[in-house]
Design a protein around this ligand. Sequence first.
Ligand code: NDP
Length: 431
Amino acid sequence: SRRDPEQREFLQAVEEVLMCLEPVLAKKPEYASVIERMCEPERLIVFRVPWIDDAGHVQINRGFRVQFNSAIGPFKGGLRFHPSVNVSIIKFLGFEQCFKNALTTLPMGGGKGGSDFDPDGKSDNEVMRFCQSFMLELARHIGPQTDVPAGDIGVGAREIGYLYGMYKRVQNEFTGTLTGKAIEWGGSNIRPEATGYGAVYFGLEILKEQNDTIKGKRCMVSGSGNVAQYAAKKLIELGAVVLTMSDSTGYVYEPNGFTEAQIDQIMEIKNKTRTTLAAYKSETGRYVAGERCWNAPCNADIALPCATQNEVEYEDAVKLVSKGVKLVLEGANMPTTNDGINFLHSKGCVLAPAKACNAGGVAVSGLEMAQNATMTTWSSEDVDERLKSIMVDIHAAASAAAKEYGVPLQAGANIAGFEKIARAMIAQGCV
Ligand code: NDP
């Protein structure tokens, strides 16, 4: 906080991890030597992104890439295009990514990037010109053994296509330097589904420990983007009831639960026509403008925040508990504020932290890298099985650390990720 007092989100993410490490340092004081280094990125790149809009005017955005920690593998983490992006957001995401990637069991370091470019309301050509300009600069900093970006908020299949096209042209090589590619040109089956599916698979492990199942569970999902869509689909497939979906304009409430066809309608709205949930049509449900979905008039068992950071503040956590929620599966990154986490724990709620719960996306990105490196494509069934087994392993590691230190699962995930990186950093000396 001495160096970056204004980086609110970054400091929040660091505080959340450091709060969990006290018992670890009491038992293993040798780890203290790496903590300060772990909070300082290896490299932060900030660059100008000039592009020309459809009216012929020059527009300027700011591009970022943080290469946070490469102790256990090449930097790896998504790109976010959203007007709220700044150094603090990128550093919080990059910091979190290090621990998440460590938990996946795959050899990936942590990184993150993006821009304050807002894809909302831009034509395809404008998005393409922006992506090309962004990549023209980023290309020199990344590579299959160096740093492998992927998607995040505002960066989906369309943007990855434009980014990869420019990367390939500039570097004159067809390598797996971006993940989230389409299946016909180097992508992995199940990558679009992976984060949402993975979060649900993680939830299944928690329920199994409680001798419970997902069937019939009433779930409130926030967001309606990539993570929310596939979390909702998997929940419905497994017999759970999905009551809400949301976007930055409001939420949709379906009192009897969304059908799969209704989720398809939401996917059409968000992925194809690219408008807002106000366009959602249903005889049973309704759209409420300007509110978070935690306000929906229903009781629930599970909440899945899958939109963005700090969307579950203290007051939201209070609301969720009053609705009967006992399990929070974090699909988004850092969706719960630290006082929200403490409140949920004080009421006996289990919180599946983002670092563990949404790691399925980057895990399948890691599998995409493995397929690219060996020039193979694995079947959907194969990748799905690997994803399930990785989520089982992540849960086992977080749960074991939680038991060892007598702390909640959220702290267990932080500890398990931290210990792996700390061991690697100590072994590699002062670099
Ligand atoms: P998308 O861009 O596909 O969807 C984002 C969703 O969140 C949209 O519904 C969007 O609404 C809503 N949203 C975004 N910002 C805000 C905001 N400031 N306030 C309210 N709503 C907002 O992104 P993803 O689904 O990929 O990502 C969602 C979360 O999951 C993020 O936290 C991301 O970091 C995390 N994540 C994503 C992974 C992935 O594989 N995609 C992997 C791991 C984590 P609108 O459409 O109106 O903008």
